[in-house]
Design a protein around this ligand. Structure first.
Ligand code: ADP
Ligand code: MG
Length: 484
């Protein structure tokens, strides 16, 4: 069936004109505002909604004015000049954020004869579902990014290294100075003395703070894997090495700091490669013969006696001297008993924060009990003991009785070695008890040998008189005998 034909054929020009005017009506109803300018940037048409939006009083004519007289920051003239549309933009109009579109208008010959600007939304609220979805995605992205980076940023600052004793403040001062300088740092101290804490703090206070902080523990990684972990792998270095190069910790730390923990456990075979990075700033990935430049500061730490290892030939002398430029010794807790109270306060606060409860405090006899122990595991052990006590005790103030895990006196531990579970079957007892027993035996022998003259006994034992007095106090009964 034939379609109905209009009675009269409109001319092309008429159709265009009709189309244009219906489009203008459509804009008028659809958008929050619409404005048209001519080639010279003068307003030729603006709808009432737009006038209302900008607070035009209606008495004067807008048409014929330059667009900037009415909308000072308008970019419509730019659209006329360039012929380029701005399909979506966010602008401030009358103190509100608005979404706008700007489209060039073309004449018959394709030349630009003006531009149309429309306000799609006069309130971003209208876009709220989309905006909030976008914000959620931004938040998710930020979280993922943070997680990625987190493992490579400093977790501690100098302020977190607690201690007012002379040895602790000396250590902190040295570390602060190291942070201001470049070059390798060597942290020397028993386990739990705060080497890792200090390494983080040094990085955070250094010029490299914005760069990554990467950690590797030479004692925790099997020797066969350590080389690849440290220096990376070239593609095809070995069967299954893959086709892409794999970065080692040195490359990951580029521009930042590498914390090389337990450097004393570094296999002799890998030591020259480490020396090369320290001296030349170059790494040699596994399976490649190319050297890659890296800019990394090394902070090494060890609980071993590196000097003795060097003398015994198990640590290279050249590497030792290279690392030992800025040695920092971390004092064991037994050398700074006066810091225990302060440390407990901080640690108890941290423990309370983790558990989401109010912080516990220490009664005088609780502190005395802690101070009588010699802390072979240092601050880490102190933290563990406090955690146990908090978990087991209900009282807010921890007393001596809340620390049953510590030996009452060394004598008590020495007297009854079978008291610990498993001791009878295996014949093995906790090291702490064995050490306590050995200490007691030696001290008694020294006292006997010197006729109980404590100064001489201390000399024989290679400790100070103050240290001997402290041990005698811990030994309780022994002290009584000594006083008779
Ligand atoms: N001076 C200190 N002040 C506060 N906390 C400390 C201090 N030294 C160590 N710690 C805490 O003791 C624990 C062990 O410290 P860490 O730095 O891992 O020791 P290391 O690396 O020497 O074994 C950590 O929880 C650390 O926060
Ligand atoms: Mg450590």
């Amino acid at each position: 069936m034939a379609r109905q034909v209009p009675a009269r054929n409109s001319s092309d020009a008429e159709v265009r004109s009709l189309a244009a005017s219906s489009l203008v009506k459509l804009f008028d109803s659809l958008y929050e505002g619409a404005v048209v300018i001519d080639q010279a940037g003068r307003i030729t048409w603006i709808n009432d909604k737009y006038k209302a939006l900008i607070g035009w009083n209606g008495s004067e004519a807008i048409e014929g004015r330059a667009i900037e007289d009415v909308l000072p920051n308008s970019r419509l003239r730019h659209v006329v000049e360039t012929g380029q549309a701005d399909l979506l933009d966010v602008v401030m109009v009358g103190g509100r954020q608005m979404v706008v579109s700007r489209i060039p208008l073309h004449g018959e010959a394709g030349n630009v004869i003006g531009a149309l600007g429309v306000i799609l939304y006069d309130r971003l609220q209208a876009l709220k579902p989309i905006v909030s979805k976008f914000q959620q995605m931004q938040t998710d992205l930020a979280t993922v990014r943070k997680q990625l980076v987190e493992g490579r940023h400093a977790k501690y600052r100098f302020s977190q290294f607690v201690g007012a004793s002379q040895s602790a403040t000396d250590t902190k001062e040295q570390a602060r100075r190291a942070a201001e300088r470049e070059g390798a740092v060597l942290l020397l101290g028993e386990t739990g003395t705060g080497k890792e804490l200090l390494a983080h703090a040094i990085h955070a206070a250094s010029r490299r703070a914005e760069g990554p902080l990467v950690t590797i523990n030479a004692a925790a990684i099997p020797e066969a894997l350590l080389e690849a972990e440290l220096f990376g792998v070239e593609p095809g270095a070995y069967t299954g090495a893959g086709t892409k190069p794999r970065s080692g910790k040195f490359q990951l730390a580029d521009g930042g700091t590498l914390f090389l923990d337990e450097v004393g456990d570094m296999p002799l075979g890998l030591q020259p490669k480490l020396l090369r990075v320290l001296q030349e700033g170059e790494v040699e990935p596994l399976g490649g013969n190319q050297l890659r430049p890296v800019n990394v500061r090394v902070i090494a730490a060890t609980s071993r006696d590196l000097k003795a290892m060097m003398e015994a030939g198990s640590f290279r002398a050249d590497l030792y001297y290279r690392l030992n430029v800025l040695p920092i010794r971390l004092p064991p807790l037994r050398e700074r008993h006066e810091d225990i109270s302060m440390l407990c306060e901080t640690l108890l606060e941290q423990i309370a924060e983790q558990g989401g409860e109010a912080s516990r405090t220490l009664a005088a006899d609780g502190l005395a009990r802690l101070a009588a122990y010699d802390w072979p595991g240092n601050v880490r052990e102190l933290r563990n003991v406090l955690e146990q006590a908090v978990a087991q005790a209900d009282n807010r103030r921890l007393t001596g009785a809340d620390f049953p895990m510590l030996p009452e006196t060394l004598i008590a531990a020495a007297k009854d070695p079978a008291s610990s579970a498993g001791a009878v079957e295996s014949g093995v007892r906790p090291l702490r008890e064995a050490v306590a027993a050995a200490e007691r035996t030696e001290i008694l022998r020294a006292l006997e040998a010197t006729g109980w003259v404590k100064l001489h006994a201390a000399k024989l034992l290679g400790i100070s008189r103050a240290q001997l007095y402290e041990k005698l106090t811990i030994l309780g009964i022994v002290s009584d005998i000594a006083n008779t």
